[in-house]
Unconditional design. Structure first.
Lengths: 108, 235
């Protein structure tokens, strides 16, 4: 279902009080059709324990793509394709991710 | 070091005692802010730190990808998955935007590192690009091409087809693409308001506009960075 513009209530995820999102996030519990299917594929992806969110659900950055179910597989296929093997080590990849995010002022 | 990166990544790139860390952070800073400034000097610095061409390519791909993830997270306003352990700084919307390019590296010249060095990366990127640009809904193909050109001009990418805005919505999409590319920390309801007022009111339409621009930052950033590495002169 396409998302209309409306305000969302803050939610609490394991003690993390979330501010209102700017755009609608279609959560896995609400998803149908293509989105539901791609969410299931994302849940089935192998994931290092350190990446599993404290709240136990899918990572926010995955759910943030919910308004375009077709885009999600491309982004995360690319991510998996460049990161499942080296040559950069996990700490080096995280260093790059952290530096990029800081420069872009993205504190997610 | 995690805290140092959160507080001041440029200091880590300039002064960290580990040469590999210094090289990776320097590449990340330049790919993120000004991919056209990369030169052969970045390769020299990487090699001094024990990094090979495949490692440099991985760094370019990873920082480009995270640039997209940052932009989507900022645009949607998604909540953090973890508590903030490091006391992350607050976003400052008044932070000046990234600079426009001073040069457009020649993408047809021979490159020291080709995307093909990473098996499968070119196909994954090509498939992503086709999805982002070869569709007619919610945005039209023309609107996507307009966004792609706007992003390319702001990242030093000469490969995008030239297309000029013709209508109010075209100009609004170009402005939004500019914000996505050069000041993603400003993304939010105020930056979406112009395109909403001009008819792209649905969240899915707004997301498509942002995600198309953000995807194009990945494509252009990688192309420009790889082309720029061929330059022998520091910029």
């Amino acid at each position: 279902m396409a998302g209309k513009a409306f305000a969302l209530k803050p939610v609490s995820l394991d003690g993390i009080v979330a501010p209102m999102s700017h755009l609608r996030i279609i959560e896995p519990t609400e998803a149908t059709g293509a989105l539901a299917a791609v969410y299931e594929r994302m849940k089935a992806r192998p994931m290092p324990p350190v990446y599993r969110p404290a709240h136990g659900g899918l990572a926010g950055i995955i759910r943030a793509h919910s308004l375009d179910a077709g885009l999600m597989p491309h982004v995360f296929a690319f991510s998996g394709g460049i990161n499942q093997a080296g040559p950069l080590t996990w700490p080096q990849r995280e260093l790059i991710a952290a530096a990029t995010s800081r420069l872009n002022q993205c504190f997610y | 070091m995690s805290r140092a990166i959160v507080i001041d990544p440029r200091a880590v790139g300039d002064r960290h005692p580990d040469l590999a860390i210094r090289a990776l952070v320097r590449i990340t800073v330049d790919v993120t802010e000004r991919p056209w400034v990369l030169t052969g000097a970045h390769l020299v610095q990487a090699r001094a730190g024990g990094l090979d061409e495949a490692s440099v390519l991985h760094a370019i791909l990873q920082s480009s990808l995270f640039g997209h993830l940052n932009r989507i997270a900022d645009a949607v306003g998604v909540a953090a998955d973890y508590p903030d352990r490091f006391g992350a700084p607050h976003v400052e919307p008044a932070t000046p935007a990234y600079l426009w390019p001073e040069r457009f590296p020649d993408q047809n010249a021979s490159k020291p590192i080709e995307l093909a060095l990473r098996t499968g990366a070119a196909k994954l990127l090509s498939d992503w690009r086709a999805y982002a640009l070869d569709r007619d809904a919610p945005l039209t193909r023309r609107q996507r091409a307009l966004i792609a050109h706007a992003v390319a001009m702001r990242l030093g990418d000469s490969s995008a087809s030239e297309i000029e805005p013709e209508s109010a919505i075209d100009h609004a999409l170009v402005d939004l693409a500019g914000t996505v590319t050069l000041a993603p920390w400003r993304l939010g309801p105020a930056t979406f308001a112009p395109i909403r007022a001009l008819g792209l009111a649905d969240d899915a339409e707004v997301f498509d506009a942002v995600a198309t621009a953000s995807s194009c930052t990945v494509f252009s950033r990688i192309a420009v960075a790889l082309a720029a590495l061929a330059s022998a002169e520091p910029q």
